[in-house]
Design a protein around this ligand. Sequence first.
Ligand code: GDP
Ligand code: MG
Length: 440
Amino acid sequence: LTELLQNSFKVLQGKNKLSESNVKEAIRKVRRALLEADVALEVIKVFLDKVQIKALGLKVGQGLTPSQTFIKLVETELTKIIGGKVESLDLKTQPPAIIMVAGLQGAGKTTSVAKIAFYLKQRENKKVLVVSADVYRPAAIEQLEVLSKQIEVDFFPSTINDKPSDIVANAKRYAQKQFFDVLLVDTAGRLHIDEQMMNEIKILQKKVDPIETLFVIDSMTGQDAVHTAKVFSNALPLTGVILTKTDGDARGGAALSVRHIIGKPIKFLGVGEKIDALELFHPERVVSRLLGMGDVLSLVEEISRKVNHKKVQKSFQKMTKGQFDLSDMRYQLLQTEKMGGIEAMMNKLPGLGKIPQNVKNQIVNGAEIKKMVAIINSMTPKERSYISLIKGSRKARIANGSGTNIQAVNKLIKQFEKMQKQMKKVSGGKMQKMMAKMVD
Ligand code: GDP
Ligand code: MG
């Protein structure tokens, strides 16, 4: 068998294309990771369909394993969506460069306006004027005024009785006269999208004609992000996105969703409530964060990293010879626990995948695995090799020793016997394939 195994190693190493089953499993992993990251379902689907098509038949890169090749593909495609480089504000126009924000109420528009004003003043030495066109709530205008005082940036006054377009026109005239470099325009948002709001902001945007129209969205919007982003993106010629409150959600899923829908760069991240809690968006960081989610670096890689090959080979050898015993089961349970659940492992292994669902269900969670291992630990080596020895008083001793009860010991024995039966059914050829997958 060792020889067979070595051959299967070679077959896989010599492989220069990704196979369909390889790809399927890997795609499943990526899907789970993206879901964990709270990427919108619609975006996940479009993305994975694309990856799947590209992955099938993809040539394995030089010096790479098939799984590394796959990960590289996912990384490339993610980068294509999220963007490859840091994009800052475009201020190249006749001053004042007008920057306008739009988004739902509470998204963080006013805060972001102040943060950007501070950023431009501090980092780029710009002369900045801020103005509020949020005429629905007096508190909103005051909020911006307070913030502007705090950062010592000029504030152009407005009241709730003014028309938003007049406010901005006046502010613009003032900015021109006073040689301001940048005029930042805060706008009103509603709690939910409604037609009136969208119409107003559309009209305002046209009149103001800003060089930057930034869509502000709360990163914790989750699945709703897609809908909101679509509506704003259809209504306005957006030039970029500010993703706020990323300090409360480090998963990065919203970035992918919003970027995909809007197709415009994320320019800033809001990373806290403080005025300096604003960062340029680094796409590659989000990509690697997404890839890090839920162990996307593929089961195959994980297995080769975590599993001791020699031991696995030995235990597989015993299996095919019908010598699978409780020590092997214990070892496999521990490996399974390491790899994050029996499901993932069993689905990876043909043959084992056919273990009845009820058996899988019984041993699927970590606590259960720990209990099973404890029971096996309490057995003597002889008992582990010859399960038929375990009767009456031995059962009681094992139950006591493992802090469980007779029923639990019985259950484990049953599970072992089922597993053993299943192992015997696995043919030699299948075993070879299994090993190939394990060591890819
Ligand atoms: P607006 O209605 O869109 O103008 O939203 P605001 O600017 O008034 O912000 C709403 C709330 O979100 C405020 O309490 C802000 O302090 C908070 N906020 C905005 N951006 C961030 C951020 O990046 N991180 C955190 N933690 N809070 C934020
Ligand atoms: Mg506001």
